[in-house]
Design a protein around this ligand. Sequence first.
Ligand code: SF4
Ligand code: SF4
Length: 568
Amino acid sequence: MMKDENPRSSADEKRLQASEDMFHSVRLDRDKCMGCTNCIKNCPTQAIRVRNGKAVIISERCIDCGECIRTCTHNAKQAVTDSLDSMEKYKFTVALPAPALYSQFKTARTRNHILTALKRIGFDDVFEVAEGAEFVSNATRQYMKENEIKRPVISTACPAIVKLVQVKFPSLIDNLLPLQAPVEAAAGLAKKKFSEQTGLSPDDIGIFFISPCAAKMHTKNAPLRGKKSDIDELISFQDIYMKLRSAIKDIPPYEEEDIATASSFGVRWPNPGGESLAAGTKKFVAVDGINDVVEILETVDTNEDSKFRGLDFIECLACKGGCLGGPLTVKNVYVAQVIMKDMRSEQNCRYKVGELPAKHVDWHDLLWDRKPEHIPVDQLSPNMAEAFRMLSDMEEIGDSLPGIDCGACGAPSCMALAEDIVRGQAKITDCVFKLREKVRGLAVEMFELEGVMPPTMENSSGETDAGDGGETETSYIFDIEDGVRGNNKEESNEDRDEAERGNPADSDKVNSAEAVHSRGTAERSSGTGADWDRYPGSTGAAGKEGESIDDKRYGGLYSGHFADWHNL
Ligand code: SF4
Ligand code: SF4
């Protein structure tokens, strides 16, 4: 296939559409998408292309980090979450608030204030994810002490990070901490607790995770422990915010229930560094923001920086500011940090600040039973030889592109476009610079072709044979040169006379006569003795200005004295 042919077969379109249809927590609202290409640059895994004026998410590359939700100012990228209406499906409902929820309400006095409000809006009971975080903290300490896990250990509480490693850093899969995230631990504990407490079957108890991000939808749909997650529904902060805020307003201090059980250890988890403290090591680094995470993991992956070699733990959070900056939060991340400080203060916690309650947990109970696998998004072909050939083509195409990563082609970088081309999903002229080059080349080619005749119109001596001078347009032209009679000639002379007299109404006629003069190669070289190339103004390549033309006789027609160039 030629590289510049349009290769987007309907199969490609279907594949891209299928990618869209596969489950993901981040979706595109096509009606709102303007095709502006803003989102393609910020995606950490180059999962977005703009095709036919709309963004398309390549399913296997997307890690559900939600970065594009933040980037799109047209609100075309949206998170898929569940609805509060699904409370009706269960006999008993439990709210599982992420600790970051405590940072969303300036008017809330205490965590108990918010937890009581959750019950007021319809939940039968509440279980803090912060408590699950304490279990995971204890399990992490035990696991790291008792197991020879590859260092530095990479945190796995953020599902987007696990997927990032699967997609981009397969050699770091063994560094992932293989334990459930706090929300999954909390969901399991809550299901068990309330099932025992109410005597209901676990299926009748609805566990509603109140979440700052959509990435947890992936945890809910594809858990790494067990076949089915204990999280039944995921409600975003944004969806519950207004309801909860008005309930908070209506609760006086004496009506607050004593529900909060977690210590500041669990409550500080959503802040960068919170999880590292839980790991019980001083040799850690906490990174927030997906692009910074990518940078750090690249350094670890390539073993570039010796300082990273002595590390025990790397805490990675996809969002800037940790879960407080999640894409489905309401409050500005810095305001949230200030509120959060209050929420984990001594008077807001049952345990002393910094004191990790000894939870009786066996880390085996939180261990993944499925290892995340590498998602080979960069593999060009399963056939090695073919893959090498494609790679070499890709490099060659990449070198020929301007390398400015402008994004105008709908791909995030020139190399991404080169990859799309070898995969048959794009064409070289998607690059505006290449398109311009091609148009310029075509213009030169057309100019050259303009002097060439098809063989069917050439005689044996190589000259063109355009007829015998019969009553055709061609003969009309010869009449002009030879001063031969006929209506056409008379008309032409009349026109010129009138134009000479300055009759503007007739200048068109003169111009049309000129147009006849400059008609085409066939007319200029019809082989009856006329030499149109001698005439200035001819579109022929070899016009010899002023030669052999009786300007008086032709009323200056060929020298352009009467033609107004504006009319052409
Ligand atoms: S940022 Fe992306 S999703 Fe949003 S309008 Fe632009 S191309 Fe569409
Ligand atoms: S959610 Fe993240 S990985 Fe997925 S398309 Fe958006 S920016 Fe890319």
